[in-house]
Write a protein that binds this ligand. Structure first.
Ligand SMILES: C[S@@+](CC[C@H](N)C(=O)[O-])C[C@H]1O[C@@H](n2cnc3c(N)ncnc32)[C@H](O)[C@@H]1O
Ligand SMILES: Nc1nc2[nH]cc(C(=O)O)c2c(=O)[nH]1
Ligand code: SF4
Ligand SMILES: [Mg+2]
Length: 242
């Protein structure tokens, strides 16, 4: 059995982002990322600051922790990171969850393919806009989207682009035009990942949400899209483990 580097297992909470926003879910957060986004709200997964908290766990260990924390109060698990797509054997966890009739969501940036992507119920691919300072590998992303479509996974897949500014918005438009058949989300960028008071953050993020809505409303190429804030950031601010 594979051992996976795990940083957090928490919940039940709600999925605060994207295609299943509001869905009651548990979270499993893996350590390690092949990116280093300028504004990453989970930089502790890759910047070394939480390296002492990483635990190597088998799928069975993770299942036990999920049930210990969530009891019988969940039927959905979201795997995030870091980039969980770095982990080759993650199908062991996905299979164990499905055996218990638990649905599985996954968050990844679209920089790596894994064959187990086709087993994910709610797959969010989140390519990174210019403000992140990361460079999209279009060849890899094209292959990921083409493979998912050809394997009939279209309705289990979404693309979510975080938008901080006009340049990011142009990137979002371009991504949506490139993959018009995949359901598309734009998400408010949180530019204040160190604010400790949730109410201060929420009012700031709601102003940014209004700006993003205005931009999408005015755009001719962003019609079949959904615009969302990070609901968990509005409710709990930058707190970890919610
Ligand atoms: C922390 S990432 C982990 C999964 C994967 N590495 C990825 O980026 O998709 C989870 C989601 O949070 C988003 N995110 C990270 N930092 C953010 C920020 N400051 N504001 C808004 N969304 C952010 C990412 O774009 C991604 O969609
Ligand atoms: N409630 C809640 N929703 C989330 N959606 C995506 C998250 C993530 O960090 O990947 C996240 C998170 O950390 N918490
Ligand atoms: S890809 Fe995701 S986890 Fe990695 S640095 Fe970017 S936002 Fe953070
Ligand atoms: Mg998060």
């Amino acid at each position: 059995m594979n051992k996976f580097p795990i940083l957090e297992i928490f919940g039940p909470t709600i999925q605060g982002e994207g295609m299943v926003v509001g869905r009651k879910t548990m979270f499993v957060r893996t350590a390690g990322c092949d990116y280093s986004c300028a504004w990453c709200d989970s930089a502790f997964t890759w910047d070394g600051s939480a390296k002492d908290e990483i635990v190597k766990m088998t799928a069975q260990d993770i299942m036990e922790q999920l049930y210990q924390k969530g009891g019988d109060r969940f039927d959905h698990v979201t795997i995030s990171g870091g980039n969980p797509a770095l982990l080759k054997g993650l199908n062991e966890l996905i299979d164990a969850l499905h055996e218990r009739n638990i649905e599985v969501a996954l968050e990844t940036q679209g920089s790596r393919w894994q064959n187990w992507f086709t087993a994910i119920d709610d797959l969010t691919i989140s390519p990174k806009p210019p403000s992140s300072k990361m460079k999209t590998n279009w060849k890899v992303l094209d292959e990921i989207i083409e493979t998912l479509i050809s394997q009939q996974r279209k309705h289990h897949t979404s693309i979510k682009v975080v938008v901080f500014d006009e340049e990011d918005l142009a990137y979002a438009e371009m991504v949506h035009q490139r993959y018009p058949d995949i359901s598309f989300y734009v998400q408010v960028g949180n530019d204040d990942v160190n604010e400790e008071r949730p109410s201060n953050l929420a009012s700031h993020l709601l102003d940014k949400y209004e700006w993003l809505i205005d931009q999408v409303v005015a755009s001719k190429s962003l019609n079949h899209v959904r615009v969302l804030p990070q609901v968990h950031a509005l409710v709990w601010g930058n707190k970890r483990g919610v």
